[in-house]
Design a protein around this ligand. Structure first.
Ligand code: GLU
Length: 406
């Protein structure tokens, strides 16, 4: 099944519980706008290569489109449509005044030189400039992109339309109008949520975690968890994984990843990306890509809690199995929403000429996460459903009540 198909199944389940008609749901599922572009980029050897890219705006009932830009070889329209869809529900659950959007370019950024990456980033932004803007659609980082790429794209947008528009993109470097606290925001939001759940469920103080994916979200999650005294017993990335039942030395692991670009090679037992999902830990953190927990391995999941820092890591069939097994799934549209929430803080500061302190950002993020969690947990208990369906119900209600008449 396709990733967009999975997003559809999830939404249908929530819509059924709310008694939403098929017609209304159909209209809500499909995007408002799809922009497909071909980026012609000069490589360092003088050859010109073409990279396919997309910007999908899913829904703007609650505000401008918002969502990251992914650089990854597996990007396709089906995936970007699903990711844009999830952004709409994520922003609505968090009650930030944005709709949903997403972008992607089919490329392996690790195979490009820095100059090639810069040319690709700027070409892509130049091509999508007519459909984005501070009050239209606001990109941000995602898998394979970072603050430097955002800075290049900001320059490309400004030169395409003229003037200075820091609010067109978030996740920028601080000197270009970025916000303090945006770098670790995705992990931190998930970490705040985990702290709440760990307290409610009376988890041991030194609870254990396994993290699949060691990009921005996975790395900061490991750091926050280790700083809190949790035991990170396994970590993996596309190079493979390492585990140590007594807990990995996270500071050393981060230094190893920084110097070699990979997890593999770090001391500990070797573990695959599949095996890591089945470890007997308190908390499993999928922080990589979609469709990792499926009907084939869901029965083998031993974690008590799955904290989704990735988007779409669990398929609908796996969701049903985990719910029956009593595994608590903290869904992506809540668990990884810290990123877009601090993106909203960044955009707000840009639009209003403000600069917040790190304490202010953390305080407001915590407040937002707890408010959203409370609403989702209450809804789940009221209608006796899983947290993903409950989160989608909260989001659907908000998006529909903001629906435009025409
Ligand atoms: N790419 C992130 C996400 O999937 C952040 C989006 C944003 O900050 O706009 O939520």
């Amino acid at each position: 099944m396709s990733t967009f198909g999975n997003a559809q199944v999830q939404l249908k389940k929530a819509a059924d519980k709310l008694g939403i008609s098929k017609q209304t749901l159909g209209a809500l599922l499909e995007p408002e706008h799809i922009e497909k572009v071909f980026c012609k980029v000069e490589m360092d050897d003088g050859e010109t290569k073409t990279f396919e890219g997309y910007r999908v705006r899913h829904n703007t009932n609650r505000g401008p489109g918002k969502g990251g830009i992914r650089f990854h070889p597996q990007v396709d329209l089906d995936e970007v449509k699903a990711l844009a869809n999830w952004m709409t529900w994520k922003c609505a659950v968090m009650d930030v005044p944005f709709g949903g959007a997403k972008g992607g370019v089919v490329v392996d950024p690790k195979k490009l030189s820095k100059e090639e990456l810069k040319r690709l980033s700027q070409t892509f932004m130049k091509l999508i400039a007519p459909v984005v803007g501070p009050e239209k659609d606001i990109p941000a980082p995602d898998v394979g992109t970072n603050a430097e790429v955002m800075e290049w794209m900001l320059d490309a947008y400004n030169s395409a339309v003229g003037g200075q528009h820091p609010g067109v993109i978030t996740g920028k470097p601080l000197i270009r109008g970025g916000s303090v606290g945006r770098d670790d925001a995705t992990a931190r939001g998930g970490f705040y949520l985990l702290q709440k759940v760990a307290q409610d469920l009376e988890f041991p103080k030194h609870l254990t975690l396994a993290i699949q994916g060691f990009g921005n979200a996975g790395q900061f999650m490991a750091k926050l968890a280790a700083d809190a005294g949790y035991r990170v017993v396994a970590v993996s990335d596309s190079s493979g994984g390492v585990s140590n039942p007594n807990g990995l030395d996270v500071a050393k692991l981060l230094a190893h990843k920084m110097s070699t670009g990979r997890v593999a090679g770090f001391q500990g037992q070797t573990i695959s990306n599949e095996e890591i999902l089945e470890l007997p830990v308190d908390v499993l953190v999928p922080a990589a890509l979609e469709n990792q927990i499926t009907k084939n391995n869901a029965r083998k999941i031993k974690a008590k809690v799955v904290l989704e820092l990735a988007n779409g890591p669990t398929t609908p069939e796996a969701d049903d199995i985990l719910f029956q097994k009593g595994v608590i799934v903290l869904p992506d549209i809540l668990a990884n929403a810290g990123g877009v929430t601090v993106s909203y803080f960044e955009w707000f500061q840009n639009q209003n000429g403000q600069k917040w302190t790190l304490d202010q950002v953390h305080e407001k993020l915590l407040e937002k996460m707890l408010q959203a969690a409370q609403k989702v947990f209450e809804t789940a208990h009221k209608v006796n459903t899983d947290f993903r369906t409950a989160a989608l119900m909260v989001a659907l209600r908000r998006v529909m009540s903001a629906q435009k008449v025409a």
